[in-house]
Design a protein around this ligand. Sequence first.
Ligand code: AHM
Ligand code: MG
Length: 333
Amino acid sequence: MNKFVTIERFILDNQPQTAKGELTSLLYDIALAAKIISYKVNRAGLQDILGRVGSTNIQGEDQQKLDVFADRIIFQLCDHPGRVCVMASEEHKELLHIPTHYEKGNYALVYDPLDGSSNIDVNVNIGTIFGIYRAKNWEERGRKEDVLQPARALVAAGYVLYGSSTMMVYSTGQGVHGFTLDPELGEFLLSHQDIRLPEPPAYYSINASYYHYWTPQMKAYADWLQGHEVANAPKPLKLSARYIGSLVADFHRNLLCGGIFAYPAEVNKPEGKIRLLYEAGPLSFLIEQAGGRASNGRENIIDIQPTTLHQRTPIFIGNSYLVEQAEKFLQRM
Ligand code: AHM
Ligand code: MG
């Protein structure tokens, strides 16, 4: 493979015919934001940016300094080039409108600026997740209906992983492609073309410390993932456990090695934790492009119509067989 295919070149050469360059440019704006965030993440310890900023976000969680920085950079790089008509960020209660002195574009951008916030202060992988919809209402400067669309309607989605190297992985509906940031060149270079989920899967990723809060059906599924024989269920696969606690990092590893990430409902928390719009939706688009599935335990996440900006959903995402089994276990009487 040509080592020097830059992300810009790849996006241009592979843009959907309907995109007319605007989507390409928007993806490149996001890639530039990712480079800036990556630079900041790598220097975080040095620049005394680690730690909490002292405010809480809409989810009631502490906001980290880097969360605030990443959120601002993505907005600032996408608010003025005239490609986006509205944005929604996990860190903001309401829609983010394009300032009226800038032109608006045809796309609506949803993003989780820095996912895995509990890992920021401890030098563990974190990531950015994004999804791009075509705006529904071309006349307006962005309404909720532009972002409250099922993930099936995404025209592009992706994530950036700030790990041992920084990677950007995205899809415009024509396969999933990964790019690794060369820090010397300052460029994302094509490193993983057309990623497909391998079979058999290698890993399951689930926070088993919540075991006691799960339904008996969910407990049985977790037992099965761990390799226990369960009555009236197929023979379990030999999977190994891996859980980082940063969705992007767990998702990325399972995408490359095969596996399932699950963040299920709890008896007293039926909606789970993961956000539909900023996390589950974009990743469900990617997993289908890579040959897998994402379910909330009953239906495909990619088909769920969001009703509110910060809606949460249980999630089972990865190799189709493991997701199917989750649905079967959860529907047991
Ligand atoms: P965040 O958006 O505040 O970072 O929360 C989402 C994160 C996911 O990245 C991760 O999968 C999950 O929360 C971990 O939660 P827990 O610590 O409950 O296992
Ligand atoms: Mg998050």
